[in-house]
Design a protein around this ligand. Structure first.
Ligand code: SF4
Ligand code: SF4
Length: 206
C-alpha cells in the first residue's frame, strides 16, 4: 500500500443513540407489558452515519484516514509515465516492498526511508493525484461516492477485497528488481484502472 494509506482499522465510528424513555408519571417501574407498549422514538431505529459519508477527507481522524485504505495494493504497482502525453500506465510489477500475497507493504513504518518515491497520501494528494485506481477508498470518498460492499469498513473483513477481485493477489508478475528497464513497457496492464465489480467497466483480461 502506498502512500501513507494505512492498515489500521478505524475505531472512530460514532455509536448509535438509543435513548431510554421514562414516563415522569410512573411512580413505580413500568411492568414489562407496559414497557412494551411504550412508543419507540424513531431516532432509536436510526443507524449512525458512517464517518466516510459525513466527513470531508480533511476532517477525518488519523484512524479513520488509515482505515479508508482497503489494502488492495494496486497503488504499489510500478507505474510508467508517457513522456509525450504525461499519461500514467500501470504495470503488473510490484514495488520492491510489496508482498504480493498479502498485498501489503512489508515495511510500512519505514517505507519512505526505503523507497524514497513512495507517495504519502494526504487529502491534498488524493485530490490531485491522477492515478489512484477507481476502486481506491480515498478516490471514492473524494468523488462523493459510498464505499462498496467489499470494502473492509463495510464487510468487516479484509478477505472481501481479495474475494471481489479488487486486490493484486495472484496478478503480480514479480518485483521491480526482477525486470530490466526495457522490459517494463511490455508489463503495462489495464486492470489496475478498472473495477471488476462494475458491469460498465469489465476487465479486459490484461
Ligand atoms: S514502499 Fe512500496 S510497497 Fe510500501 S507502501 Fe510504498 S509503494 Fe507500497
Ligand atoms: S489503491 Fe488500494 S492500497 Fe492504494 S491507497 Fe487506495 S485503497 Fe489503499
Amino acid at each position: 500500500m502506498p502512500a501513507g494509506a494505512g492498515r489500521g482499522r478505524g475505531g472512530g465510528l460514532p455509536s448509535s443513540s438509543h435513548p431510554r424513555r421514562r414516563s415522569g408519571a410512573l411512580k413505580a417501574e413500568p411492568s414489562v407489558a407496559k414497557a412494551r407498549k411504550t412508543p419507540r422514538s424513531p431516532v432509536s431505529l436510526k443507524a449512525a452515519t458512517p464517518f466516510w459519508r459525513e466527513k470531508s477527507l480533511e476532517a477525518m481522524s488519523p484512524e479513520e484516514w488509515e482505515s479508508l485504505c482497503d489494502g488492495c495494493g494496486r497503488c504499489c504497482l510500478l507505474k510508467l509515465e508517457d513522456e509525450d502525453t504525461g499519461e500514467i500506465h500501470y504495470t503488473d510489477i510490484g514495488c520492491t516492498l510489496l508482498d504480493a500475497g498479502t498485498c501489503r507493504c512489508r515495511d510500512y513504518p519505514r517505507r519512505q526511508a526505503k523507497v524514497p518515491d513512495c507517495v504519502r497520501l494526504t487529502p491534498e494528494a488524493v485530490r490531485t493525484l491522477p492515478w489512484l485506481p477507481p476502486t481506491c477508498g480515498y478516490r471514492l470518498v473524494r468523488d462523493g461516492r459510498d464505499l462498496p460492499w467489499w470494502h473492509p469498513l463495510v464487510s468487516g473483513t479484509r478477505r472481501t477485497v481479495h474475494e471481489a477481485g479488487i486486490s493484486v493477489r495472484g496478478k503480480v508478475s514479480g518485483t521491480e528488481e526482477e525486470f530490466e528497464t526495457e522490459e517494463l513497457p511490455d508489463r503495462i496492464v489495464a486492470w489496475p484502472g478498472q473495477d471488476p465489480q462494475d458491469p460498465d467497466d469489465p476487465p479486459d483480461g490484461k
